[in-house]
Design a protein around this ligand. Structure first.
Ligand code: MEV
Length: 304
């Protein structure tokens, strides 16, 4: 038996870094997917062919964890392909982990709930990376737009609206663990100041949530820009991302910010239809690459 499963990539709309400290964030699943084909094989060891993921360890750990949980001795082969590579920061490791759990649970007839898939994936993620809130795994598992608290303490869907987003890639890959540690080190030295920034980010996430539910994109845009300024204060932005955010705002976006750990990857802007082309051109002019994605993608699913 062979099965094909897919899980979506992610983008962070509001609240990165603060979410690592127990504050909420807003995460989005995007319509670029990572596909996993799984089959049981007659071999001594498991096999993975996973060119889209930086580390096939995520796949191997997921298989090992699953086999241990159900005391399974047979071997599996996992192949991946995808709409995106690990370079752009859309979360290929999280999507592949979630998709692997779903795929192998199907071929071994163990029906894991979405919550179980998330929890198992989070354990794999913590084992390999040691840090991380798990927001990317929640987006890959549940899809849509989510209000999220670390470890899945809260995972709340925020309706089914497609947000008017423009996404620009900075051209460099972000090193998430590096930036998470960087904030942690600054936190140790300047606790009061950093706590104040994180609380301000929390307030923006709470306003942002209301704005999403009310479809008030103008005010949601303001939350994005203010969040970007706070991320600058945290020391995680870089001149290229700042230039892209500034260009988007100057060209008439409702607001813009970096998305993710900082240091590279993507930025995102909220724009009205009549400003979309101008904003995209402005981002390109400062060296950004427009990535064609929309939010509100379906979570992990069986494709074949
Ligand atoms: C990275 O995309 C977002 C961070 O908040 C880390 C995390 O939540 O795991 C910096």
């Amino acid at each position: 038996m062979k099965i094909k499963v897919s899980a979506p990539g992610k983008l962070m709309l509001l609240g990165e870094h603060a979410v690592v400290y127990g504050y909420p964030c807003i995460a989005m699943a995007v319509d670029k997917r990572l596909y996993v084909t799984a089959e049981i094989i007659d071999s001594k060891g498991d096999e993975t062919i996973a060119p889209q993921v930086k580390e096939s360890r995520f796949v191997l750990e997921a298989i090992a964890k699953f086999k241990e949980k159900y005391n399974i001795k047979q071997s599996v082969r996992i192949r991946t392909n995808g709409d995106f590579s690990h370079n752009v920061g859309l979360g290929s490791s999280s999507a592949v982990t979630v998709a692997t759990f779903k795929a192998i649970s199907e071929i071994f007839n163990k029906s894991l709930s979405l919550r179980e898939i998330f929890d198992l994936s989070y354990e794999v993620n913590l084992k390999i990376q040691g840090v991380g809130s798990g927001f990317d795994l929640a987006a890959a598992t549940f899809g849509g737009t989510l209000y999220f608290i670390r470890g899945g303490k809260v995972i709340e869907p925020l309706g089914n609206e497609t947000l008017p987003l423009v996404v620009g890639y900075s051209g460099t890959k972000a090193d998430t663990p590096f930036y998470v540690r960087k904030v942690a080190e600054t936190f140790k030295r300047r606790q009061t100041e950093i706590k104040d920034i994180l609380r301000k980010i929390e307030a923006l996430v709470i306003s942002g949530k209301k704005n999403i539910l009310n479809r008030d994109y103008k005010n949601l845009g303001k939350c994005l820009t203010e969040n970007h300024l706070l991320l600058q204060k945290l020391g995680v932005s870089i001149p290229k991302l700042d230039a892209m955010v500034e260009a988007a705002n100057k060209a008439g976006a409702w607001g813009a910010k970096l998305s993710g750990a900082g240091g590279g990857d993507c930025m995102t802007a909220l724009v009205s239809n009549d400003k979309r082309t101008a904003v995209e051109e402005a981002i390109k002019k400062v060296g950004g690459e427009i990535i064609n994605v929309t939010n509100n993608a379906e979570g992990v699913r069986i494709d074949q």
